[in-house]
Write a protein that binds this ligand. Structure first.
Ligand code: OSB
Ligand code: MG
Length: 369
């Protein structure tokens, strides 16, 4: 692929609104924008999605930097690659650290698509011209505030709403939401806040006809989720527990879930995400694309991924303006009637807004390959 140079731009961004979950609150987001350049001066872009603290999974912005700089970039320097499919195998000598791997791997996919002068979507086998979009609404201080947010989301056309729940902030809240929105395609995400000791509460969720409950139990569990799925009618969706194709294979073997949330960062990039997509299609599990409060480059990769044929449920890929006053891409991502149009220009299909990047940048590093 004639890789020549990799630049890491460290950006310090601030979300429009703090995002509250069962594990904590996120407002400031540091991001590494990855710029991979080939010998002909073409550029591919990726983005790290880890947060500053390891409370979603174990990775952080700083571990992403350490692993990219000290391990992954040296691997790319020592082993020239001919195709982005080879990157996952090359990086597999490094354990886990999927978000660091995905940031580089997705940038290399973007570069490859640009070398071929085709869209990233086409390059990875995507077929959709537009993707369905849902919205993930963080915890609000009152149920009235939450209901207002849901009204606003429906006015904007979002195809489904996801709420965050945790013990003590679940049954009554959902009951109120359901009273206001009896037919709304609704789901709840617990971000691992429950254990099997909460079985009575989790069983009560069946009353609300949720599309699914996302990651009710431990972040690394698939066994207890199988026990829970036998006890409740609400389909279980796994998020945090799914870090690889083999994790999905094990979850299928145990009947731990009926739905998989795929996040590129969590599974190490596009190669693994495609394999998971194909496996789910083969076994009849539903699939959708999760979000990590991404800036524009990460969002663009999510859009390309969501255009694969078996992404059969709306993802958490809201538009740029939901998150940022100023995104780092141009045009920004726009949701229209609950759809995002998949871009038709080469690679990720969005340009970098370098003025925005400069306004957010706190440091940068360049490595020759
Ligand atoms: O569990 O899906 C999650 C945000 C941060 C960390 C974890 C999650 C989320 C979201 C928001 O639910 C997704 C988004 O809008 O990008
Ligand atoms: Mg989740």
């Amino acid at each position: 692929m004639n890789l020549h140079q990799i630049t890491l731009h460290k950006l310090s961004m601030r979300l429009k609104h703090p995002f509250h979950t069962s594990f904590g609150t996120i407002q400031d987001k540091e991001v590494f924008l990855i710029d991979v350049m080939d010998m002909d001066g073409r550029h591919g872009f990726g983005e790290t999605v880890a947060f500053s603290s390891p409370w979603y999974t174990e990775e952080t912005v700083e571990t992403n930097f350490h692993v990219m700089r000290d391990f992954l970039i040296p691997l790319l320097r020592e082993h020239p690659i001919a195709h982005p499919d080879e990157v996952a195998a090359l990086f597999s000598v490094i354990r886990r650290n999927s978000m660091a791997k995905a940031a580089l791997e997705t940038a290399i996919w973007d570069l490859y698509a640009k070398q071929k002068e085709q869209t990233l979507t086409t390059t990875i086998g995507g077929t959709k011209a537009q993707i369905d979009v849902g919205i993930s609404i963080g915890m609000q201080s009152t149920s009235e505030a939450l209901i207002d947010k849901i009204h606003a989301a429906l006015e904007q056309g979002f195809k489904r709403v996801k709420l965050k729940i945790k013990p003590g902030h679940d049954i009554e809240l959902l009951r109120q939401v359901r009273q206001h929105f009896p037919e709304l395609p609704l789901m709840a995400d617990a971000n691992s806040a429950y254990t099997l000791r909460d079985l009575a509460t989790l069983k009560q969720l069946d009353e609300f006809k949720l599309m699914m409950i996302e990651q009710p139990l431990a972040h690394d569990d698939i066994v207890d989720h199988a026990t829970l799925q036998r006890e409740i009618n609400t389909p279980i969706c796994l998020d945090e527990s799914i870090c690889s194709y083999d994790d999905v294979r094990h979850a299928i073997t145990l009947n731990s879930c009926q739905v998989i949330n795929i996040k590129l960062g969590r599974v190490g990039g596009l190669y693994e995400a495609k394999r998971i997509h194909d496996l789910c299609a083969e076994h009849g599990l539903s699939v959708w694309c999760g979000g990590m409060l991404e800036a524009g480059v990460g969002r663009a990769h999510n859009i390309a991924l969501s255009a694969l044929p078996h992404f059969n449920l709306p993802g958490d890929t809201a538009g740029s303006s939901h998150y940022w006053e100023q995104d780092i891409i141009s045009p920004k991502v726009i949701v229209h009637n609950g759809y995002i149009t998949v871009p038709q220009t080469s690679g990720i299909g969005y340009e970098i807004d370098w003025d925005a990047v400069k306004s957010y940048r706190t440091a940068q590093w360049t490595y020759t390959i």
